[in-house]
Design a protein around this ligand. Sequence first.
Ligand code: NAD
Length: 523
Amino acid sequence: MVVEAQIEKKTLISYNPADGSVVGELAMASADDVRLAVTRAKSAQPAWNAHGIRGRLEVIRRFQQILTDQKQQVAALISREAGKPVVEALLSEILVVLDSTRFLLENAYSLLKPERLPQGNLVMKAKLGKLHREPYGVFGIIAPWNYPFSIPATETLAALAAGNAVVLKPSELTPLVALELQRLLRKAGVPEDIFQIVIGEGPAGVALVESAIDKLIFTGSVPTGKRVGEAAAKRLLPVVLELGGKDPVLVFDDVDIDVAAAGATWGAFMNAGQTCLSVERCYVQRDIYEKFISACAEKAKQLRVGNGMERGIDMGPMINERQLQIVETHVDDAVRRGARLVSGGKRLAELGTNFYPPTVLADVTHDMLIMREETFGPVLPIAPFDTEDDAIRLANDSEFGLAASVWTRESARGQRVAEKLQAGAVMLNDMVCSFGISEAPHGGVKASGLGRTHGRIGLEEMVRPKYVGTDLLPSMKKIWWYGYGGKFDGQMDRFVDALFSRGAMKRLRGWLGSAAALWRKQV
Ligand code: NAD
């Protein structure tokens, strides 16, 4: 049964998390508006698909140029609505999107065009196989606030390249960035009904899941993702779920401590720790444990926290009070259970309501919330380990499995550990940036989600594979059709034997025998 989404509020106000000022006020979409957007997208999509891959890529090429020209303006808006430093908006959002256009321009044609499918089955040798990749139709995209530009844009561009229309429901916290994406796409030539935005909170997302979309990409928290997955399952709506993480970093004792500590602090504090791939757990080999903690604390203290719109700021505010309270709860719980607070740990009220300092915690254990639940804030919790096996066991002891990072100069060890980690991606001697590698599939295992975005595998999510087999001997009856009994049964038994259980000569003889049987059937 379809449950009617109840949308009560009519207006959405977007606030700057750094100072609470209003960035914009927008009308919210009703459930009817959402359905109408999907209906429009459905009727417009065939014409968009008819442009062909090369035609659609031309539009993406123009988008790339327009975004390059307007990058500062877009970065400033991202900073104003999501709080991150402008330079981070440029590098982790705009550059990522531009590179995804580069990937599509270089690869989408060869990855999406029909492909010959060689067939090994001797019985089927007289067939020509082809694999076609057809657009689903209309994609629903539901996006979070933490990467309000790069997440919906990379997903949208791949969906559009494959010939789909898109209806995007951005986060209620960052709707203006989504509207900016819409403006840029329209300027590049994407028709109005091919990319539409429905503004609203959770109920607008519910309405989109229940609408006539053909596939959904949801990016958000595990609890919402489970609700979305359940609703989608009721009508067998295909979904990609990009959910939360609790990414571990394993630091072995042969590393350059200063470099590894610089990586871990950036991985934990960039975007104020509000990245799905943030470093949320850090395990350090005991020999270098104390030195590593001191290096991280030193670096954390040097970071400049403030309004991301100001030059020279390293870390902006958290998105809102609710998110900040989760961080406080996790840090307080850890300290109460015996963790050592090395730096930070107390909100920076003098800067505004949403500021929390880069915080380093040591001696954390897996009975603390900070090591079990997604914190999504600027905290680097560190624990010691002794052996490689210990490190792997600790890293895998989590319900999440988005990404992981291993630091060692011994490449063989890095590869060995990477193979044993339960994660959608493992970076050796770096972290977080796999999202910016357009060729790398992005997505998780365990509670971190289903399916992938980005790269070849992400592009495959945008299309339905269709096999088309052409018989090259149309006037010939097939050996497996009726005409059973007599000698035929025995001949077929020998034929199967010849194919799979004897040597080459017997195989050939069997093949000839079946060809003879086939011939007899024709005459
Ligand atoms: P959220 O789950 O609260 O919301 C995500 C989106 O879902 C929003 O647009 C929201 O309005 C919408 N929504 C809420 N209820 C809904 C419902 N019942 N049906 C349909 N849509 C609904 O997440 P958030 O706070 O916006 O984002 C932070 C979370 O997203 C973190 O857990 C983070 O790890 C995760 N995330 C994951 C990835 C990834 O690629 N794996 C990337 C970024 C963020």
